[in-house]
Design a protein around this ligand. Structure first.
Ligand SMILES: NC(=O)c1ccc[n+]([C@@H]2O[C@H](COP(=O)([O-])OP(=O)(O)OC[C@H]3O[C@@H](n4cnc5c(N)ncnc54)[C@H](O)[C@@H]3O)[C@@H](O)[C@H]2O)c1
Length: 596
């Protein structure tokens, strides 16, 4: 029989603590909520009231249930109020000495059977536990932000945590409607160990002006389907907390440079820009604690103003290539009203591409998403050719041929001879340096990358890659074209992986390394990222969909260009590729897909 928890204590009512109080009280458990001072207590109470009022306004909580919830919470200053609780969760700032002091005090105050839990994200639960005389009753209960919403709880057992304590806490998590994964005491546990390298990398991109905050966030939301971009997430977590987590992970987790906090973070924390809680972080908020972003001096001009910024008029577009991407891109431009010249290496190929575009447009008609007349008009706008000469009068060329530098360079040299002056020449490469392609022409200022995502007609994101020679006009034109296609164009520099792949694949690779180290299972890791961070797929699900060979190739490129030791491909990934376990397409990858 699992132990019954009727009263719990929560220490620290900040970002996490206030949410944790709500989780318990919502599930019928009495809570003693403790802070360090009266003003801090008031802030915590206000956070709880704000959150439950919002839930009532949204119809997610009945007013009577809210009132009952508040009745269950007893607020107090100082730890003495915790003398008769069954379990305490500590959620004070991420400092080891502070947590150890609090645990020593809790050990004195709480009755001997009480379980003492920490919500730490990265500190050693073991080191915290030895500050007490009952390390076997100390455990990590790591909630995710926002605690009332996120389903996951990481239960962290140390080498001395008693098995029945682990079992009792697991049962408690179930009672709270959470999904728990139980793991050993390692820096960052599952989710943060995979998340924070990515977040820090995104901050580094922002710091080096590789892309704007809006573009970095849009890229990850639209390119990967994440619930929020990395910089908006940093603001939600709190930059001070994020800094401490990174710093601890760096020191505890083998001094991986990717966890060394980007210097800008420290500067922002020192300047009091802590994210949502202080009203300003990477973004500016309506007021401290508010989730509403308001414009500030870094907010980009309205779209129309940006378009006027030297963008050239585009009416006719050439698309070179006959693969999946070219086919999708032809459809996207034709549907958006552009005249399109498709060039392939032979009329047979043109016929195949034409069929593929027709099939895809017909699907749109069948699904009621496209009127027949619009389908016919789109098809009428496309002309099919097997010679580049037909690109002499287009305003924009999008190249989507095989991913080989020599082929692309030769093509761009030909385009340079054929196309009229002022044309924007774009490559869809996902891994080659755009500058190499640009330098095959005598007009590198007019060359950009236009990295569409697959399937192009559906994915809302395009990365606009600007090289060190690309003119502002060419970039503005590319951005305006993306907008006219109904897509979000994000502008970034010409580095391996651009924004999305550079942030996504190292995270996937880290997940493989974590599996390889037997820290957790593929199922639990997938669960952690989906339920703890709101990702649409876990890393192993995604790897199997993308293809392990494709993922390995991208990871290798990143490693070769950036020379970051942490980017070295996971040996397990290499072995699976060698073994032919390439993912869904091979019916086996990290999982067996032969029965599906
Ligand atoms: N922010 C997140 O997204 C997140 C997610 C999961 C876990 N965590 C972890 O939760 C813990 C709390 O983080 P946070 O982001 O809520 O921090 P926070 O800064 O928002 O809140 C900390 C609170 O602790 C209070 N406090 C400080 N000293 C105290 C004391 N001696 N007694 C009682 N209260 C005290 C502070 O007044 C403050 O209200 C950290 O260990 C953090 O790593 C954070």
């Amino acid at each position: 029989m699992a132990r019954e928890f009727s009263t719990v204590g929560v220490v620290g009512l900040g970002t996490m603590g206030a949410g944790i109080v709500e989780v318990f009280a919502r599930n019928g458990i009495d809570v003693v909520a403790v802070e360090i001072s009266e003003p801090a207590l008031e802030r915590g109470r206000a956070t709880l009231t704000g959150s439950t009022d919002r839930a009532v306004a949204k119809g997610k909580l009945a007013a009577a249930d809210r009132d009952a919830l508040h009745e269950r919470v007893h607020f107090a200053v100082g730890l003495d109020a915790l003398h008769s609780v069954d379990l305490v969760i500590e959620a004070v700032p991420e400092h080891l000495d502070l947590k150890q002091r609090i645990f020593a005090e809790l050990d004195r105050v709480c009755h001997p059977e009480a379980i003492l839990a920490t919500n730490t994200s990265s500190l050693s639960v073991t080191e915290i536990s030895v500050a007490t005389t009952r390390p076997n009753q100390v455990i990590g209960i790591h909630f995710f932000n926002p605690a009332p919403v996120m389903k996951l709880v990481e239960v962290v057992r140390t080498v001395v945590t008693a098995p029945e304590v682990v079992a009792d806490v697991e049962a408690l998590c179930t009672r709270l409607g959470k999904v728990d994964v139980t793991i050993n005491d390692r820096a960052g546990f599952i989710a943060n160990a995979l998340l924070f390298g990515y977040l820090n990398h995104a901050v580094g991109m922002f710091e080096s002006h590789y892309a704007t905050r809006e573009d970095i966030d849009a890229a990850m939301k639209l390119g990967c389907g994440l619930p929020m971009g990395p910089l908006a997430l940093m603001d939600l977590i709190g930059l001070d907390t994020a800094y401490e987590i990174l710093d601890t992970m760096y020191r505890r987790g083998g001094r991986d440079r990717r966890h060394a906090p980007v210097p800008l973070l420290k500067q922002m924390v020192t300047a009091g820009l802590l994210g949502r809680k202080s009203g300003r972080g990477f973004y500016t908020y309506e007021r401290p604690g508010s989730p509403v972003v308001v414009p500030d001096e870094a907010t980009p001009l309205a779209a129309e103003a940006a378009l006027a910024d030297g963008a050239r008029a585009i009416a006719k577009v050439g698309v070179v290539g006959s693969g999946t991407m070219a086919t999708g891109i032809i459809e996207v431009f034709a549907k958006a009203g552009y005249e399109v010249v498709s060039v392939t290496r032979g009329m047979e190929k043109s016929a195949t591409v034409c069929e593929a575009v027709k099939t895809s447009l017909n699907k749109g008609v069948v699904r009621g998403k496209l009127a027949e007349a619009d389908r016919d008009a789109a098809l009428g706008r496309i002309s099919w050719s097997a010679t580049l000469d037909h690109l002499a009068d287009v305003d924009l060329v999008v190249e989507a041929v095989v991913e080989e530098l020599s082929v692309k360079k030769a093509l761009f040299a030909s385009l340079d001879e054929i196309c009229k002056p002022g044309v924007v020449l774009a490559t869809t490469t996902s891994s080659l340096p755009v500058i190499d392609v640009a330098m095959a022409t005598h007009r590198p200022a007019d060359v950009v990358g236009l990295h569409f995502f697959n399937p192009a007609p559906i994915m809302p994101l395009v990365e606009v890659v600007r090289t060190i020679r690309t003119s502002p006009e060419a970039t503005a034109t590319a951005r305006a074209v993306c907008a006219a296609l109904g897509k979000t164009g994000v502008v970034c520099g010409d580095r391996s992986g651009f924004i999305v792949n550079a942030l996504l694949f190292p995270y996937l690779n880290d997940a493989v390394k974590m599996l390889e180290a037997s820290y957790s299972t593929a199922d639990d890791i997938d669960h952690a990222m989906k339920l703890g961070c709101g990702y649409p797929m876990g890393p192993f699900e995604l790897l199997d969909v993308v293809g392990l060979d494709v993922s390995l190739a991208i990871q290798r490129e990143l490693y070769l260009e950036l020379r970051e030791p942490g980017f070295a491909p996971a040996p397990l990934l290499e072995h699976l590729v060698t073994a032919g376990y390439l993912g869904r397409k091979a019916r086996r990858g990290f999982r067996d897909h032969s029965h599906r």
